[in-house]
Design a protein around this ligand. Structure first.
Ligand code: AMP
Ligand code: ZN
Length: 113
């Protein structure tokens, strides 16, 4: 098991688990680019968004729902936030386990690309 996010899920690598259920977990990004920078990931090792099957696609809704819960506890539900999924090399994906970035706590860059 050489996937760092699978290791965090298995408790074999450090990570402060902020949320978990049977399908999804969330923890802080190790290299935050905003005051709030969390990662929301499926427990299932899906390498990227491009590998998500149609049957698995409800997972994305669950991940968004978890984000919408976390922004309340993080105190940024009203100020605003951004959800981002990088996919593949040109999409800027570095860790090959599907994950959603939750960013907030400051005025985020207008630039998306
Ligand atoms: P991406 O570029 O979309 O693949 O984002 C990967 C993110 O994972 C980066 O923001 C990293 O800082 C973060 N990351 C990598 N390793 C860890 C780790 N062990 N714990 C928490 N976040 C990590
Ligand atoms: Zn994995």
């Amino acid at each position: 098991m050489d996937c760092i996010f699978c290791q965090i899920i298995a408790g074999k690598a450090p990570g402060e688990i902020l949320y978990q259920d049977e399908e999804v977990i969330a923890f802080p990004d190790i290299n935050p680019v905003a005051p709030v920078h969390l990662l929301i990931i499926p427990r299932k090792h899906i390498p990227s968004l491009a590998d998500l099957s149609e049957e698995e696609s409800p997972l994305i809704g669950r991940m968004v729902n978890v984000a919408n819960q976390l922004v309340k506890s993080e105190g940024i539900a009203e100020s605003g936030y951004r959800l981002a999924i990088n996919c593949g090399e040109e999409g800027g994906q570095l860790v090959p386990h599907l994950h959603m970035h939750l960013l907030g706590g400051k005025r985020l860059s207008d630039a998306l690309g």
